[in-house]
Design a protein around this ligand. Structure first.
Ligand SMILES: *Cc1c(COP(=O)(O)O)cnc(C)c1O
Length: 450
């Protein structure tokens, strides 16, 4: 009864889902002209290689040797069989999870951070800017840039900067400069501080600052940790490895589950299985989100901005509106108002299912997992775990053998304050009222581009 396997090779290619989608994605639109975006629109922000990957129709894209070399620090990640959880649930289901907490930053995010740092370095870029909320993405990029001698500037939402100092420290340990946002480093930040010196910041403001910094500095680009096609592409190493590992066990999943913020770790585990589904294989794919930010289950499929400041291109996706500010649940990584266009299309076409849970039931699931499997999951990851538990319980009721695969997107060792709040009974559930959702959606309806 071996509990995990690692003995496979790291994939040499990423899987690009674009040529296999049921229909082409609607093009992103230039926010000024409302016309489809041209590659030149993106070149002040991203290197050519990534702009090409964003629209590539090649099914397989070679992973550069230098990227593979850094991946080999923690990849292939182990695939675990959740014997402890299965036993606790007394389920006939066999549960497997891919442990992405094994990376130095503790989540799946370095899979794309390393690739993005590499392509920027290859094109002569010297510095990357980005935004971060609780710090998972900022720390992944800080870690990745170090390997290519790039500088890294992170605009961290001010409340998190002060409330969650440990990820900020991680970023600084890896040599990044971290500014609380709004900062006095950009025009956007200065203008906000002038009016409101105590502004607590938001992801929308931090994005605007990071983009402004990149556009106005030579040799500097901007980097995004989720949502975009090239980010999901890089994350497919997760699902490709899982497939090989399951093959060694003569297993194939009936259902593949991932939590969904912007959709990158979910895309990473699910898209390689979608490839089989597109060829007729019977496999369910499932996105799990918080009830406090129910983009896929309560949002609409429409063109919307990626940020509050309306600086980013318009993308067609499930969204709650670019002005939507979700309640401050502890799964900070799942608080984005939109979703990856790829994931959105699959949900829209009913190829992928979506479910939503509230915070306390998610932490209850997290505790059961930690007490049966040992690993303490990130609050984001715990959403996937709650869905797994429900699927395994259903399998028991139906007396059905079922193979469940999920992505363990990251560990929760820097989220212990959230566990503390749960254990003290201080955690609240937030369910949005229909009115709140309607109000936020009316903003996009005004854009009138469906
Ligand atoms: C950032 C993050 C997420 C959410 O981002 P996706 O792009 O949806 O994957 C989920 N889990 C962890 C651990 C994260 O750090």
């Amino acid at each position: 009864m071996k509990r995990f396997i690692t003995n496979i090779e790291i994939p040499k290619k990423w899987y690009n889902v674009l040529p296999d989608l049921p229909k082409p994605l609607d093009p992103p639109l230039n926010p000024q002209t409302g016309k489809p975006l041209s590659p030149e629109d993106l070149s002040p922000l991203f290197p050519k290689a990534l702009i090409e990957q964003e629209v590539s129709q090649e099914r397989w894209i070679e992973i550069p040797e230098e990227v593979l070399n850094i991946y080999s620090l923690w990849r292939p990640t182990p695939l675990y069989r959740a014997f402890g959880l299965e036993k606790a649930l007394d389920t006939p289901a066999r549960i497997y999870y891919k442990y992405e907490g094994a990376s130095p930053a503790g989540s799946h995010k370095p899979n794309t951070a390393v690739a993005q740092a590499y392509y920027n370095y290859k094109e002569g870029i010297k510095r990357l800017t980005t935004e971060t909320g609780a710090g998972q993405w900022g720390s992944a990029l800080a870690f990745a840039t170090k390997f290519f001698g790039l500088k890294c500037t992170v605009y961290m939402v001010k409340v998190s900067y002060h409330q969650k100092p440990y990820r900020r420290t991680m970023m600084e340990v890896w040599g990044a400069e971290v500014f609380p946002s709004p900062s006095d480093k950009t025009k956007t930040g200065k203008a906000i501080l002038e009016k409101d010196p105590d502004n607590p910041g938001s992801l929308g403001i931090a994005i605007s600052e990071a983009v402004e910094d990149a556009v106005s500095s030579p040799d500097t680009h901007y980097s995004l940790g989720s949502v975009l096609n090239h980010v999901l592409l890089h994350q497919t190493v997760i699902g490709l490895e899982a497939k090989e590992q399951l093959k060694l066990l003569n297993e194939y999943p009936d259902v593949v589950i991932g939590c969904c913020g912007g959709g990158s770790n979910l895309g990473g585990i699910a898209l390689p299985f979608y490839a089989d589904k597109a060829n007729g294989k019977n496999v369910r794919l499932m996105a799990v989100e918080p009830k406090a930010c129910p983009t896929l289950t309560k949002g609409i499929f429409a063109y919307d901005f990626g940020d509050t400041a309306k600086m980013t291109p318009l993308m067609r996706m499930y969204t709650l509106g670019h002005n939507f500010v979700p309640p401050s649940i502890h799964a900070g990584g799942l608080r984005y108002h939109g979703d990856a266009p790829i994931i959105s299309l699959l949900v829209k076409e009913k190829i992928m299912e979506a479910v939503a849970y509230s915070q306390t039931e998610v932490f209850e699931a997290a505790l059961l997992f930690a007490r049966t499997e040992g690993f303490i999951p990130a609050p984001e990851t715990s959403h996937a775990i709650k869905a797994v538990i429900d699927e395994a319980t259903k399998a028991k009721e139906e007396k059905k053998e079922k193979v469940i695969l999920f992505n363990f997107s990251g560990h929760g060792l820097l989220d212990l304050s959230a566990y503390d709040a749960y254990l003290r009974g201080e955690l609240k559930d937030y369910e949005l009222s229909e009115e709140e959702i309607k109000k936020s959606l009316s903003e996009i309806e005004k854009l009138a581009i469906r």
